[in-house]
Ligand binder design. Structure first.
Ligand code: FMN
Length: 231
């Protein structure tokens, strides 16, 4: 459970090579909007998927984060929902982000003594999910996730796969039993969906809610009795 005081600490955001890179781009922008300091680590597969899905080339060190911060879903009808960030905003956002190399265990987030408000793996591949629940520690993402579990801090996993194998289902169950929040990239359709951004924002809003980051990305059910009763 995240206590009030831990909300001052930075968040760890890991991006892995599951489909759904757009969720990570939107989440990162929203965290910067909310002035949440972010320690960011990305797997090589994440960069491949980002290239494939968002047509962004983050470079050999995967450090062209400005491209992710500038990204806007290319649907003209949704421009008012997802405003493109200005160059000024992007340079301000970069002040909130610390980038870590995927194989560097000498970083603060590899240690439980470094205080954080929690960690999100978004999207979370089946491979990383497996590494996390087996405490494999094969890279900085798996190590930082292990740290969050052992320290009983918030860990949010956003897997995306369909259909799911028995192994993936078992791994999600194990993660939940260990205290992680398993929040699959599985958007609802009951909130007057009009665009792809509505679906992206459904997932990002749920992640932000679990991190106690105030947001108005999607209309809440209580605010509109016309919306469905699902959670
Ligand atoms: C375009 C593309 C889409 C992928 N989509 C998924 C996916 O949705 N879910 C998943 O678990 N793996 C997916 N993969 C496979 C992972 O990238 C692969 O298992 C990789 O080893 C994950 O490594 P990582 O966990 O270190 O990022 C995808 C790969 C590519 C190239």
């Amino acid at each position: 459970m995240t206590s009030q005081s831990t909300l001052e600490h930075p968040l760890v955001l890991a991006i892995t090579g599951a489909s759904g890179a757009v969720y990570a781009a939107r989440l990162l922008q929203c965290l910067c909007d909310a002035q949440v300091p972010v320690h960011l680590v990305m797997s090589p597969s994440a960069a491949t998927v980002i290239q494939q899905e968002l047509q962004l080339e983050l470079g050999p060190k995967r450090d062209r984060i400005d491209l992710l911060l500038k990204y806007c879903w290319p649907d003209l009808k949704t421009q008012d929902q997802w405003r493109p960030r200005s160059a000024q905003q992007v340079s301000k956002y970069l002040e909130y982000i610390t980038i870590h190399d995927y194989q560097n265990y000498m970083t603060p987030i590899a240690s439980g003594s470094f205080l954080t408000r929690g960690m999100v793996i978004c999207p979370c591949s089946g491979a990383t999910l497996s590494g996390v629940v087996h405490a494999a520690g094969n890279n900085l993402i798996q190590r930082a996730a292990d740290v969050h579990l052992k320290e009983h801090r918030k860990l949010i996993l956003v897997p995306r796969e369909t259909p799911m194998s028995v192994f993936q289902l078992e791994n999600m169950q194990r993660a939940a039993q260990a205290g992680a929040v398993v929040l699959p990239a599985m958007p609802g359709w009951y909130h007057n969906v009009r665009s792809v951004v509505d679906l992206i924002d459904f997932i990002v809003a749920r992640i932000l809610d679990h991190l106690q980051v105030p947001n108005t990305l999607m209309e809440r059910w209580a605010e509109n009795p016309g919306l469905g009763a699902d959670e």
